[in-house]
Each structure stands twice: as structure tokens, then as C-alpha cells.
Ligand binder design. Structure first.
Ligand SMILES: NC(=O)c1ccc[n+]([C@@H]2O[C@H](COP(=O)([O-])OP(=O)(O)OC[C@H]3O[C@@H](n4cnc5c(N)ncnc54)[C@H](OP(=O)(O)O)[C@@H]3O)[C@@H](O)[C@H]2O)c1
Length: 249
């Protein structure tokens, strides 16, 4: 039996990068995947990356994660169409790279709305659905910068660090109703989010990674899949680093 056979899993920010890789992993493992993409082009891009036969269990959830009314409507739709939710992956995220002195309030508000407030709202709504079946697994996508910091990424690091506290508290609160919640914290992953990094900066970073390569989106997706599955049935409140040992002293 496949790892996520018959599970219903919602992945936010599924159009590309880690989200798209997570959709692929979950589909391959037998899940029905509710892929949140905010544009038709984004969902088309995701869909085009699969053979036709592989997409029977792939469903598009069309909304922006900061649009609270749309999010609530989608959860009502999940309840009426599927009757339950087994997994939630809070992946959608943006990065703001600005020196502290230069960070505009509107950029910080936008960052927090996407990286933090939307995650909280998805957990609230998912927990209500999952509680009915007294089981469920939620995975938040954090970042190595929450533990290590990074010059020019203070606002982004603050947003990801807040997920760490949320994961710990939610694990304590939701464990009683059978809901597990964990964070996966990637190091440097080659996606659109990091495509602007200058090659000298990348080389310097690579030299610090004991595994001597950057993570792929697939590396992160496989860790997320594990945490969604029953194989991780006694793991909650944890932060799994997917960083090639970049965090080791
Ligand atoms: N790449 C890394 O090195 C790295 C390291 C640590 C953590 N992370 C985290 O991993 C997650 C995924 O990053 P990635 O590298 O895969 O980034 P990416 O390639 O830039 O993809 C970001 C995804 O988030 C979606 N998104 C952004 N804002 C959204 C919104 N308001 N509503 C719905 N979807 C939204 C994007 O959709 P559109 O296509 O519509 O823009 C896209 O699907 C993020 O939370 C990021 O912080 C990444």
C-alpha cells in the first residue's frame, strides 16, 4: 500500500518550486491532492508537468492565501465535496530581501499576511475539519534562517521564526484531537525564490554544506510526504531541517 493511499491533502503555493514537488510526491504516493494555485496559468503549469493519467486525483483550489473569504469558501467546498481533510501543507510563501533600514511597512505587511497570517488561518480551518475524524497532519514550511538568521532577510526570518512558535503551541493544543503538526525547514533550495542569488554568494554557501550540494525541491517534498504519512504517526511539534547539515557548528 502506498504511503498516502486515499489521503486527501491540501498543498498551498502549488504552482511551482517546493509546492509543485510536494504535489508530485503526494500524487505518486496515492493521495488525492488539492493544489492551491492563485492563477489559472499557475495550475496549468503544474498540470502540464504530469502525464494526463496521473492527474485524475489532482484538483485545483483557486484562491490567494491572503483572501480570507476565498479561503473559508474553499474549506466549505472541501467539506461538501470530500467530507474530510487528512493533510495540510502550508507552503505558499514569499521572501523579502531588504536591509532593516530599507524595509517598507507595506512589504512587511504583505510578507506577514502571506507567510504567517494565512498559515494561521489555514491551520484554524483545517483543524476544524480534521477534528471531526480525530486525525490529521499539518506541515508548515519554515526556513533555516529562522534558526540562523541571514543578513538582509530580517523580516523574512522573523516571519519564519514565528512559524516555529506556532508549530510548538499547536502541537500541544491539537495533539488531544489526533492532529500532528510539524515544520520542515529547508536550507538553500534551487527554485525561483533563490534564482536571483549571485553565483559567488552561492559558491560560498555551497562550500559550507557538508553534503556538498544544494537541496532540490524534491528533497524537501519527500520530507513533507513522510510527515504527512502514518510512518510519522508519533512525530509532532518537531522542526525537521532539510539543509545538508548546514546548521552544524
Ligand atoms: N527556495 C528556498 O531556498 C527555500 C528555503 C527555505 C524555505 N523556503 C520556503 O519554501 C516555500 C516555497 O518556496 P519555493 O522556493 O518553492 O518558492 P517559489 O518557487 O517562489 O514558489 C512560491 C509559491 O508560493 C506561491 N504563492 C506566493 N504567494 C501566494 C499567495 N498569496 N497565494 C497563493 N500562493 C502564493 C507561488 O504562487 P505563484 O506562482 O502564483 O506566484 C508559488 O507557487 C516558501 O514558504 C519559502 O519561504 C524556500
Amino acid at each position: 500500500m502506498s504511503l498516502l493511499q486515499d489521503k486527501i491533502v491540501l498543498v498551498t503555493g502549488a504552482s511551482r518550486g517546493i509546492g509543485a514537488a510536494t504535489v508530485k510526491c503526494c500524487l505518486e504516493s496515492g493521495a488525492t491532492v488539492l493544489a492551491n494555485c492563485r492563477t489559472a496559468a499557475g495550475f496549468q503549469q503544474l498540470r502540464d508537468s504530469f502525464e494526463d493519467g496521473d492527474t485524475a486525483r489532482l484538483h485545483w483550489l483557486h484562491y490567494d492565501v491572503v483572501d480570507s473569504d476565498a479561503v473559508k469558501q474553499q474549506f466549505r467546498q472541501i467539506q461538501s465535496e470530500f467530507g474530510r481533510l487528512d493533510g495540510l501543507v502550508n507552503n505558499a510563501g514569499i521572501m523579502v530581501e531588504q536591509a532593516i533600514a530599507m524595509t517598507a511597512k507595506k512589504d512587511m505587511n504583505n510578507l506577514f499576511n502571506i507567510n504567517v497570517s494565512a498559515v494561521y488561518e489555514h491551520i484554524q480551518l483545517a483543524a476544524r475539519l480534521m477534528t471531526r475524524n480525530r486525525q490529521g497532519s499539518i506541515v508548515n514550511v519554515g526556513s533555516i534562517v529562522a534558526q540562523q538568521g541571514a543578513k538582509g532577510q530580517s523580516a523574512y526570518a522573523m516571519s519564519k521564526a514565528s512559524l516555529a512558535g506556532l508549530t510548538l503551541s499547536a502541537a500541544k493544543e491539537l495533539g488531544a484531537v489526533g492532529i500532528r503538526i510539524n515544520t520542515v525547514s529547508p536550507g538553500f533550495v534551487e527554485t525561483d525564490l533563490t534564482a536571483h542569488y549571485p553565483s559567488d554568494k552561492k559558491q560560498a554557501l555551497l562550500a559550507q554544506i557538508p553534503l556538498n550540494r544544494f537541496a532540490t525541491a524534491g528533497d524537501v517534498a519527500k520530507s513533507i510526504r513522510f510527515l504527512l504519512s502514518e510512518d510519522a504517526g508519533y512525530i509532532t511539534g518537531q522542526d525537521i531541517g532539510v539543509n545538508g547539515a548546514l546548521t552544524l557548528p
